[in-house]
Design a protein around this ligand. Structure first.
Ligand SMILES: C[S@@+](CC[C@H](N)C(=O)[O-])C[C@H]1O[C@@H](n2cnc3c(N)ncnc32)[C@H](O)[C@@H]1O
Length: 218
C-alpha cells in the first residue's frame, strides 16, 4: 500500500506496519509538538495524563512542560526510544512505555485525562470497542478523553470516522462534551515528499467525559 511516496505493507494498522513507517519514512503526524486543538484546550487537561499512541512524544512533552505528570505509551520501540531521548534532552520526567493500547483494560493505572492524537481512528469494529473499553477502564470517572481523529472522508484510510460512528463508540458511559472539525498540521518533511497529500483535510477534535462523576478539574 502507498504511504505518501513510499510503499509499505500493513501500513498504519499493525505494529510491523508502524515500525516500518518510523524506520523508513517521515511520518506525516510527527510534527514535534501537539496538534493545535490540544493546545487550545490545555487548561482542561488534568494530571495524571495518559498519551495513548504517543509516537515520538511531541504531545507528551508539551503537557509535561506545563507541569503535568505524563505517561506516554506506544507499541513501536523506535518511537518510544525517540520520545525518551527528547525527554532526556529537555530534562523532562515522562514515563514512556512500549505498550499495546489494546491492553489498557488490563492496567492498574488510572488517569484524569487521556490524550488520543491519531490512534482511535486506526481501529474499527471489535478492536475499536475493545480500545474504548480500555479507555473507560484507565480513565477516572469525571476524567476526559481529548480525541483527534480522521473524519469520514472516503479518501482516508478505512474511510475515516463518521460523526455517527463517534457517537456510537462513546454511547455508553461517556458524554461527548464537544465535537468539531479542526485543522491538523503535517510534518514538513512528509509534505515535501508527498505534496498536497492532506491538503484541505479536516480532522475531528472531541472532548469526551467519562460519566460517573462531575468533570475533574485541576
Ligand atoms: C497517527 S500516529 C500518532 C502519533 C502521536 N500521537 C502524534 O500525534 O504524533 C499513531 C500512533 O499510534 C501508535 N499505535 C498504533 N496502534 C497502537 C497500539 N495498539 N498500541 C500502542 N500504540 C499504537 C503508532 O505506533 C503511532 O505512533
Amino acid at each position: 500500500m502507498k504511504f505518501g511516496s513510499k510503499s509499505i505493507e500493513n501500513v498504519g494498522t499493525t505494529r510491523e506496519g508502524f515500525t516500518k513507517i518510523y524506520a523508513e519514512t517521515n511520518p506525516p503526524w510527527d510534527i514535534g509538538r501537539p496538534q493545535p486543538p490540544f493546545v487550545a484546550v490545555a487548561d482542561q487537561v488534568v494530571s495524571p495524563v495518559l498519551d495513548s499512541g504517543c509516537g515520538t512524544g511531541g504531545t507528551s512533552l508539551y503537557f509535561a512542560s506545563l507541569g503535568h505528570t505524563v505517561t506516554g505509551i506506544d507499541f513501536v520501540e523506535e518511537a518510544i526510544g525517540r520520545a525518551r531521548a527528547k525527554a532526556a534532552a529537555r530534562d523532562l520526567a515522562i514515563d514512556f512505555q512500549v505498550k499495546d493500547a489494546m491492553t489498557l483494560g488490563e492496567w492498574d493505572e488510572r488517569f484524569a485525562s487521556v490524550i488520543d492524537s491519531g490512534l482511535f481512528h486506526i481501529y474499527a469494529g471489535d478492536e475499536r470497542k475493545r480500545y474504548v473499553r480500555g479507555l473507560a477502564h484507565v480513565l477516572k470517572p469525571g476524567g476526559r478523553l481529548f480525541l483527534f481523529s480522521f473524519n469520514d472522508d472516503p479518501d482516508w484510510p478505512g474511510g475515516g470516522v463518521s460523526r455517527q460512528a463517534l457517537y456510537e463508540a462513546f454511547a455508553d458511559g461517556w458524554e461527548i462534551e464537544s465535537l468539531e472539525l479542526a485543522d491538523g498540521e503535517v510534518n514538513p518533511a512528509f509534505e515535501a515528499e508527498s505534496p498536497g497529500h492532506f491538503a484541505g483535510k479536516k480532522m475531528w477534535f472531541a472532548v469526551i467525559r467519562r460519566k460517573g462523576a462531575p468533570a475533574l478539574v485541576g
